[in-house]
Design a protein around this ligand. Structure first.
Ligand code: ATP
Ligand code: MG
Length: 288
């Protein structure tokens, strides 16, 4: 009896080990919508729920996860290519054991690199997919043809917007871009910096309806985050806000977001699953 239980436990452990990480691209139409803070604090919340998370800073403009953490990364993704380092050597450790990869400057060369470098990236990346439950990419604002390739290779996309009309319009634009390029990709939306939860939910609902009506896409309403001074205090102190003040309104809201995410995950794509690397390779070939 005991042997059987032990065997079952081993099987389950190896099955979960073999599972591939879910890849999530965090993006926004307009800059400064709150992507990096959300990606970081959401990752920390997932870690608290014993999920294995890798936060990958791929903001080609101004990667700054390490700055938000008050840590200076020894190595970045750019060094990986420059020095042919194995990917595990550029993974840094943050609070709660958060694994993260810093962006480094010159990251925009990532997609224009030669075939050998691309192969090297794929080979390295492949080593990570069984080690994590979630790989979260902080993608920066807007899309370039290259970042679109990466976003659409992910399993899901999380679009952050604020209720401001300019942010909303740009979020709509980016979703249009993404779903035109990869119909069926699950898209979640977070409405950030809302004045009250009620107004925020209303804004999210309006946005949902517009996207549904004009793009025929059912985005997943992941939730709202309040405008809270704790965020800028946390940025200044270089401590993630849920660690600085877990009782702050924004910290409570991000906890709810993580609960919501884990209990009602975005609908999985209709097409048969392909790995992130398979999809990325295919998309890069299409672009040639
Ligand atoms: N919920 C919030 N309440 C108050 N201020 C916020 C909130 N979210 C973000 N901010 C403010 O917006 C700033 C930008 O946030 P963040 O760096 O996360 O945005 P971003 O979308 O990653 O920006 P970028 O496009 O430059 O990468 C923060 O430094 C903070 O001052
Ligand atoms: Mg950012």
């Amino acid at each position: 009896m005991r042997d059987q239980a032990e065997q079952l436990r081993r099987k389950l452990a190896s099955a979960s080990y073999a599972k591939e990480a879910k890849t999530i691209a965090v993006t926004s139409g307009k800059g400064g919508a709150g992507k990096s803070n959300l990606a970081l604090n959401f990752s920390l919340e997932l870690l608290k729920r014993e999920k294995r998370v890798l936060l990958f800073d791929l903001d080609v403009g101004m990667g700054n996860i390490d700055i938000l953490l008050g840590l200076s990364a020894d190595k970045t993704i750019v060094d990986m290519f420059a020095e042919d380092l194995p990917i595990h050597e550029i993974i840094e450790k943050g609070p709660r054991g958060l694994a993260y990869i810093a962006a480094g400057s010159g990251l925009n060369d990532l997609f224009t690199m030669d075939a050998d470098k691309q192969d090297y990236f794929f080979m390295q990346y492949d080593q990570l997919v069984h080690l994590y439950d979630y790989i979260i990419f902080d993608m920066g604002a807007g899309v370039t043809p290259d970042s679109l390739t990466l976003i659409t290779a992910c399993d899901e996309c999380l679009v952050v917007t604020t209720p401001e009309p300019t942010s909303i319009t740009d979020a709509y634009g980016i979703i249009k871009h993404i779903v035109t390029s990869r119909p069926g990709l699950p898209v979640s939306v977070v409405m950030n910096r809302v004045s009250t939860v009620k107004r925020g939910k209303q804004a999210l609902e309006r946005f949902y309806r517009v996207v549904k009506q004009f793009l025929a896409v059912d985005v997943y309403k992941l939730g709202v985050l309040p405008e809270d001074r704790t965020v800028s205090n946390a940025v200044i102190r270089q401590i993630p806000y849920i660690l600085l003040d877990e009782k702050a309104a924004v910290s409570k809201a991000v906890k709810q977001l993580a609960d919501h995410y884990l209990t009602e995950p975005a609908e999985s794509p209709k097409q048969p699953p392909a790995s992130f690397v398979q999809k990325l390779k295919q998309l890069m070939m299409e672009g040639k």
